[in-house]
Design a binder for this molecule. Sequence first.
Ligand code: TYR
Length: 878
Amino acid sequence: MAHQPTTVHRRDYSAPDYLVDHVALHFDLHQEQTTVHARLELRRNDSDNAQPQPLRLNGIELELLGLALDGVPLTQEDYRLDAESLTIERVPSQCTLEVITRIRPQENMRLEGLYRSGAMFCTQCEAQGFRRITFFLDRPDVMARFTTTIEADRDRYPVLLSNGNQVAQGQAAGNRHWVRWEDPFPKPSYLFALVAGDLACHEDRHVTASGRTVRLRIFTERENLDKTEHAMACLQAAMRWDEATYDLECDLNDYMIVAVGDFNMGAMENKGLNIFNTQYILARPETATDSDYEDILAVVGHEYFHNWTGNRVTLRDWFQLSLKEGLTVFREQQFTAAMGAAAVKRIQEVRGLRAAQFPEDAGPMAHSVRPDKYVEINNFYTATVYMKGAEVIRMYHSLLGQEGFCQGLALYLQRHDGQAVTCRDFLMAMAEANGIDLEQFGLWYSQAGTPCLEVHDEYEPGSGRYTLHIRQHTPATPGQPHKQPLHIPVIVGLLNAEGHDLPLRLENETQAITTGSRVLELRHERETFRFLDIPQRPIPSLLRGFSAPVKLDYAYTEDQLAFLFGHDSDEFNRWEAGQQLSARILLRWVNEGRGSIPERFRTAFRRTLCDTETDPALLAEALALPSENFLAEQMKVIDVEGIHIAREAMRCNLAEHLSEELRARYALCVEQGNKTENTAAAAGYRRLKNAVLGYLATLQNSTELQRCLDQYATADNMTDALAALALLVDSNASEAEASLADFYRRWQHEPLVVDKWLRVQALSSRSDTLARVIQLTAHPAFDIRNPNKVRSLLGAFAQGNPACFHDVSGAGYTFLADRVLELDGINPQVAARLVTPLSRWGRHDPRRSSCMHQQLERIYAQEGLSKDVYEIVARSLD
Ligand code: TYR
């Protein structure tokens, strides 16, 4: 790295010197170049200040063709241009600036700003893409009204879209046409969007609670129009839910979504014109799995909910990112929980948090929910900002209840509508609406690291007193050696010997709370909670529903865990007890050598397998052993091979002992699935069936192999076909190749299905997986310029296949570093995400960790490294 990029600090924030009241954009789209004519109506922000500041506009890789101030062309003496900005020393306190720039979207591989995806033009402006379109005050606290005119070839680009309402259109010379859009809502530039293409449209509508009709349109490439049904239904459900839950209506007459095949992230909430990765819109049962359907519900909901929490009230600066993302993820979680099995959803969220956020919080990239500094803001769209940010919002909710939370949100939106604000403004609204003090709670925004709760208990049989002692402790993280105690809601219940919740009365309370759970609020490093009238020593059910993003340390016996797994009234904690129990056994095997499976565990597992009362989707979660990554997190020095071997051995052992029950359950799921018309119920049966099939496949005999082949051959949906294919690929059976070839032949024209084909091979536990992944990078199906392909093949391999990626030869690391360097010259944002698995070098044995470290140093030494990759690598080596 030749020179060190600059670091931006939160403490350096200052209000903008100039504001933009209105901007008129004119895009002239051509195949080889695009000219952008921008007319900015500017105003000094600090007009009292006698010493006016120069006007500095952001702009990157723009060719400046013309510049005029209040109609007078400027010459080169009037302004300064550098790689990232345009500065005009003196401008009147109110003025009009016209800027003409030329850009080359067809060469834009970063997928930031204006770029091409297939045959269409589209934009991505969050966080700082707008400065790649024209010179602008590209910061979220500058909110302008936008008028956008798009001119393009009529045949290639019959559909021309931007934010707001279409107000005019016309024909132009040379078979061209134009359309003008006006967005009535002032917005920051990161919410700007433009799309041009030959697109098909699925149109429907939503009538709001107050009786207004909103026209809904989903645009896709023509061949995908038959895959938009589900996304449309999700959008309508999200609109209804936000009205019913928070009394929030869509504020537009037109709401548009466009699905594009090349996209760095999941989707983007541009005002009135969301742009989505096709992955989160397109679905038909033959092409998309049940989890794809669930993801679509979540992401469509998420982007819609941003319209209030993100767009109407936006961010003052990028350090506040979690203000919109944490809050919107939480709203999305509430929505999806309301649409389906809430416990299953919660389990998946916590699984995701532990897999992605806990390791981040324990590694070199650890940062608080509201970070203090960044080199490249794109690196801070992290699990911490999104997932832990959502957990922080959930804790407000646990402390205040749904009603108090609603009141707080209402005050926040009413007070700050149309403003660009901070996390603190949200906290103040919550505190004031509820008349409580949340000062200490604010530490959740500034302190990084995963807190640990150590819990001890005592029971005095004579007096019926039961005492919980809780100590909280947050480990040091880079730049934060000392931590203060946090305000933590811990939801608990106490179970009696029959497994029922006891009524809970704390010392100093006169009446027992009759419900089974209650919230304990921790504020000090050590707290004691004394419960009265407890007739026998209870088993505590702690942190119900995962009420705080912490690690819990209580010395449960294996008997107690098995008991909670069988009886806890909190479905999340029932699952959690099962996970703790199996993790405990697995880690013992890793550390002390493999033993037998304790009878109590096998009994609990059998009971779950034969349970016909509980939601099958929940049973599938309960039958899944903790992931290799989760187990790795529990070890001081990760034993990659040991974990893999122990986990596979346990799966095999369970299958051998319970093969009768597994076969019976498989048959029952098939039968029940065939009988049901209800799609959610059918998905639940499929999930359980495929979990069971996974165990049966470990038996490696011809019956079970045939079962997988049959399921693959007869499946009428992607969920079943892909589950069977994955098991075949893992099985090493010669039939696997034929199935893979068949799958590709059948689906090679569906990019999203090809992604699955790549992923299934990248995730295989076969010993030749790395060789196969290397081969696949040269396959026509792979394209390193497409982020979905990169994530499906390279991302899945490096993050989802620890046993193969961490091969002791170090070949996986070298391969990944090579791909990072290759991709860095193309799409730095995606390259930086790909490098993350290497940053965890410190957790591995000396041999692996030195190989990983070497690869990081090799990347670091590369000339012309992007800011994105530089930041991750530099912090990892620190
Ligand atoms: N704001 C988007 C969301 O809904 C995420 C996003 C961020 C999308 C940056 C694209 C991008 O480049 O979460």
